[in-house]
Design a protein around this ligand. Structure first.
Ligand SMILES: *Cc1c(COP(=O)(O)O)cnc(C)c1O
Length: 431
């Protein structure tokens, strides 16, 4: 199986986190998001352990909560000692109401509004990851009003082109995020940040992309960032305390994706960074990484019921499910590949080639094309694997379809952590 939390039981049903998925579909109905609590905790511990072991005290991992933002995730992150990234007022609110300590929150985003900036400062947010000049001015002025000095780190673009999808590449010079080093604009904004009295510049940030399987990407961006830190030290006499290398470690969605040993890769990156720091004559800053996808992706699985099975003579077959782009828009957005199985026929041969279609009135509403499934029939349970990241968090109510519930699975039992939306919920803000 794709991941160790997946298996097949004696009934021939798919199991996830030790639970019979067909039983869960009966109990909670479909569509249904499942989460494996132990897997999420394990991943937090892997990152926290590796960062501390290889980079020392003070270096740590932040969970990039845009991957999956709901109260229970912030509670788990808090218990595990993870810090978190947020990217909006809504994520700040969710973390705060879950009791997450605000001093361990980093606020990202390329266009934070004045309202969001004021709200974040009122909440006592730990750090802003500041993106641009206008934002620095706004943070400084709200901080002045509150009579505080707000800690920030500056987002820079190191000019790295990762080999990944266009839409999730963020490190190249031509990007809506951050300020480019190459063009000389980074040093200008650094100098400006240092001149503001109610801002304390703690260091620099970069994030070069997603689905990265090779630690070399982090080494390359660290090289550029550490060169920049050395340059700033020489030019402005300022020594950065923090270097945040962003997130992006990859996840196995399909059998052909590589296996990744996160602990080992972080170890290799640390050897490279330590060497680079001593060559550049700078003290190693605290190193931060901010994984999102790799914390939660394989801790998620979505269950659907099969509806119609339509074979267009001479063309192909469509298997329609009771969800689709409203709960998983990633195929429609990026043609992201997923692995699927008919959960109640998990032992049978997958010899039926088809596209998996959602129920939206939209031709692009697909979850997969050219995928092999066990022979599907109306009423079967379809499981789509590795859906913990960017599924629930990217979901919508298109066609006024209510969002599925999120059920957390642990050794103690299963529990609803987000309720299924009702029709009333869908229309609740309509006047
Ligand atoms: C999205 C994002 C992350 C997390 O990326 P993953 O690929 O989910 O690990 C981290 N940092 C920033 C700034 C991001 O935008």
């Amino acid at each position: 199986m794709l991941h160790t939390n997946l298996d097949i039981n004696e009934k021939g049903n798919l199991t996830f986190a030790g639970y019979d998925t067909v039983e869960l579909a009966k109990e909670y109905k479909t569509p249904l998001y499942l989460l494996d609590e132990e897997r999420i905790r394990e991943k937090c511990r892997t990152y926290l352990g590796a960062m501390k072991k290889h980079f020392g005290e003070g270096s740590t991992a932040l969970y990039a909560s845009k991957a999956l933002s709901l109260k229970e995730i912030y509670r788990i992150a808090k218990e595990e000692g993870m810090s978190v990234d947020v990217v909006s007022g809504g994520e700040i609110y969710t973390a705060k109401t879950a009791g997450f300590p605000m001093e361990n929150v980093y606020f990202h985003g390329n266009n934070k509004t004045d309202d969001e900036i004021e709200y974040a400062i009122e909440c006592g947010i730990g750090y802003f990851v500041a993106d641009c000049r206008e934002e620095l001015i706004a943070i400084n002025s709200f901080a002045q009003k509150k009579n505080i000095v707000q800690k920030i780190i500056l987002r820079l673009t190191p000019g790295i082109d990762t080999h990944t999808y266009e839409a999730v590449r963020t490190g190249q010079v031509d990007s809506k995020f951050g300020t480019a080093i190459e063009t000389g604009q980074a040093i200008e904004i650094t100098e400006f940040a240092l001149s503001l009295s109610n801002i304390s510049l703690e260091g620099f940030h970069c994030h070069v992309g997603s689905q990265v399987f090779d630690g070399q990407t982090f080494c390359d961006s660290a090289d550029i960032m550490l060169d920049y830190i050395a340059f700033v030290k020489e030019k402005l006499g300022y020594e950065a305390k923090i270097l945040n290398l962003g997130g992006g470690y990859g996840v196995r969605y399909v059998e052909s994706d590589p296996h990744l040993d996160i602990e080992k890769s972080i170890g290799e990156v640390s050897v490279h960074i330590k060497k680079k720091c001593s060559e550049s004559g700078i003290d190693m800053p605290k190193i931060l990484m901010e994984p999102g996808r790799s914390i939660v992706a394989d801790a998620g699985l979505t269950l659907y019921s099969v509806g119609s099975v339509k074979t267009i003579t001479g063309y192909k077959s469509y298997v329609a499910i009771d969800g689709g782009m409203t709960d998983n828009p990633r195929y429609a957005l990026y043609k992201s590949a997923y692995s699927s199985i008919i959960a109640n026929k998990a032992k049978e041969e997958a010899d039926f080639c088809c596209a998996i279609a959602g129920k939206c009135c939209e031709s692009g509403d697909l979850i997969a094309e050219d995928i092999m499934l066990q022979k599907p029939e109306r009423g079967d349970i379809l499981a789509v694997m590795v859906t913990g990241a960017y599924n629930y968090s990217m979901s919508s109510n298109y066609n006024r379809i209510p969002r599925p519930p999120v059920v957390m699975l642990s050794k103690e039992g299963s529990r609803v952590v987000v309720k299924r939306e009702s029709y009333e919920d869908v229309a609740k803000n309509d006047i």
